[in-house]
Ligand binder design. Structure first.
Ligand SMILES: Nc1ncnc2c1ncn2[C@@H]1O[C@H](COP(=O)(O)OP(=O)(O)O)[C@@H](O)[C@H]1O
Ligand SMILES: [Mg+2]
Length: 372
C-alpha cells in the first residue's frame, strides 16, 4: 500500500479499496448490523466521485500547486482508509464466526451491541475528510472527465459489470409486486413539471434489485400500452454525454451519425417531438447538474406524459437530477429470500426432500446471506 499511494498510483488504491468495499465479506459485515449500511454506501459513493477525477489530478498536479496539495492530502486519507479497511477485513471473519457459534439469544444481544462498534466513528471521521476533498474538485477544475469524452460511445471500465438490458426472466423474480405497482402508478400519473420530464428514481444499495425492478416495470403490459416508445440505456459510472445521446437515439431505433453533439441533440429532439416515451437510465452515478442538463435537454420535447426512470445507488445523484419521485428500494422479505435460495440451490427439485438441511438452520443462514 505504501508503495501504491506513494507514487502516481493513487487511482490503483481507489480501485482496490472499492473492490474490497464491494466484496461479500464487507457487505455481509455491514448488513449483519455491525455497522450502519448507509456508511458503507456513503463511503463507496464518495470514493467513487473522487476516483473519477484522479487521473486528471495526477496530471494536473505538475501545473497547479493547489491540485498537488489536494492530492497530498488525499494520500494521507487514503492511508487511513486502507488501514481501516484492513482492520475491518480482519474483524469481519472473526465476528462472523463468533455470531454463528453463539446461541440465538446472544446473537440478538450481539446485534444490539453493534451500536458501540468502534469502526463507526472512524468511518464517519474519514467521510467528513473525504467529503471535504470531494467538494473541492470543482473549484480545482477537476471535473472535465465526468462529462466529456472523445470515445464516441457509452463506455465502462473492463473490470466492471456487464451493461444491463431491458430483458428479464420474470419466473425467477420474487417479491417485488408492491414496488412494481408503486412505480407503475407514478409513471401513469400525469403530473405537471413545466417543460421538463418527470423522473422516477429507484434508489438502493448495489445488488438490491433496482435494475430488476426497472426491468419488471419496463416489460409490464400496462406500461407497454401506455408508452408506445420505450428505450433502455445503461449509463454506468462513466458519464459520456455524446455516447449516451447516441445510445438513447439507437434505443429509440434511430440511426446515429457522427460525434457532433449539436447535431445529435437536434436529431434526438426531432425524433421525440409528438411522441410519448418512457426512457430508463440504468445505473446512474453522475452528480453533476451541468452534465444532466446537457443530456436531458433534447428529452424535454416529447409529448405530455413522457417519463424517465433512473436507477441509482446515490440519493444525491437522484436529487441533482431533480427526481419527481424517489423510490427507496428495501431488502426482500425472508420468505422471498428463501424461495430464491430454494430455486437456485435445488433447481426444480423439492426442498422438503432434504430434511437434514432444516436441522443445520440453513434456512435462516441463507436468508441472511441473500438479504445482505
Ligand atoms: N426480487 C428478486 N428476485 C430474485 N432475484 C432478484 C430479485 N432482485 C434482484 N435479483 C437478482 O439479484 C441480482 C442483482 O440485482 P440487480 O437488479 O442487478 O441489482 P441492482 O441493480 O440494485 O444492483 C441479479 O442477478 C438479479 O437477477
Ligand atoms: Mg443495477
Amino acid at each position: 500500500m505504501a508503495e501504491l499511494v506513494g507514487g502516481a498510483f493513487l487511482s490503483s488504491f481507489f480501485q482496490l479499496a472499492l473492490e474490497k468495499l464491494y466484496s461479500s465479506d464487507f457487505v455481509d459485515y455491514f448488513c449483519r448490523g455491525k455497522l450502519d449500511e448507509t456508511l458503507l454506501e456513503k463511503l463507496v459513493v464518495t470514493l467513487n466521485s473522487i476516483n473519477h477525477v484522479l487521473e486528471e489530478a495526477e496530471t494536473k498536479q505538475y501545473q497547479s500547486m493547489y491540485v498537488k496539495k489536494w492530492l497530498d492530502e488525499l494520500k494521507h486519507i487514503a492511508y487511513e482508509v486502507d488501514q481501516l479497511l484492513d482492520e475491518i477485513a480482519t474483524d469481519a471473519p472473526l465476528k462472523k464466526l463468533k455470531v454463528e457459534s453463539q446461541p440465538s439469544t446472544s446473537k440478538v444481544l450481539g446485534f444490539f451491541s453493534s451500536f458501540t462498534n468502534p469502526f463507526e466513528s472512524r468511518i464517519k471521521d474519514l467521510l467528513v475528510k473525504l467529503d471535504f476533498l470531494a467538494k473541492q474538485k470543482d473549484m480545482l477544475g477537476l471535473k472535465q472527465d465526468t462529462c466529456a469524452s472523445n470515445e464516441g460511445g457509452v463506455s465502462w471500465k473492463p473490470s466492471q459489470r456487464f451493461p444491463s438490458t431491458s430483458l428479464v426472466d420474470e419466473s425467477g423474480i420474487y417479491g417485488r409486486d408492491d414496488d412494481k405497482e408503486v412505480i407503475i402508478k407514478s409513471l401513469l400519473l400525469d403530473i405537471d413539471c413545466g417543460n421538463q420530464v418527470p423522473i422516477v428514481s429507484i434508489v438502493g444499495l448495489g445488488g438490491m434489485g433496482k435494475t430488476t425492478l426497472a426491468q419488471l416495470v419496463y416489460n409490464d403490459n400496462k406500461i407497454k400500452e401506455n408508452f408506445e416508445h420505450r428505450a433502455w440505456v445503461y449509463v454506468s459510472e462513466t458519464f459520456d454525454v455524446i455516447g449516451l445521446t447516441k445510445a438513447i437515439l439507437r434505443s429509440f431505433h434511430s440511426s446515429t451519425d457522427g460525434e457532433d453533439l449539436n447535431l445529435l441533440q437536434h436529431q434526438l429532439q426531432q425524433e421525440l417531438i409528438g411522441k410519448k416515451y418512457l426512457l430508463v437510465l440504468d445505473d446512474v452515478w453522475n452528480r453533476s447538474e451541468e452534465c444532466w442538463e446537457r443530456l436531458l435537454l433534447p428529452l424535454y420535447h416529447g409529448s405530455v406524459g413522457s417519463k424517465i426512470i433512473v436507477t441509482t445507488r446515490d440519493k444525491e445523484a437522484a436529487s441533482v437530477m431533480k427526481s419527481t419521485k424517489l423510490h427507496n428500494l428495501k431488502q426482500l422479505g425472508k420468505s422471498e429470500c428463501w424461495s430464491m435460495f430454494v430455486r437456485h440451490a435445488f433447481h426444480s427439485r423439492n426442498a422438503s426432500d432434504y430434511p437434514d438441511l432444516e436441522s443445520i438452520d440453513i434456512r435462516n443462514r441463507s436468508v441472511v446471506f441473500i438479504r445482505g
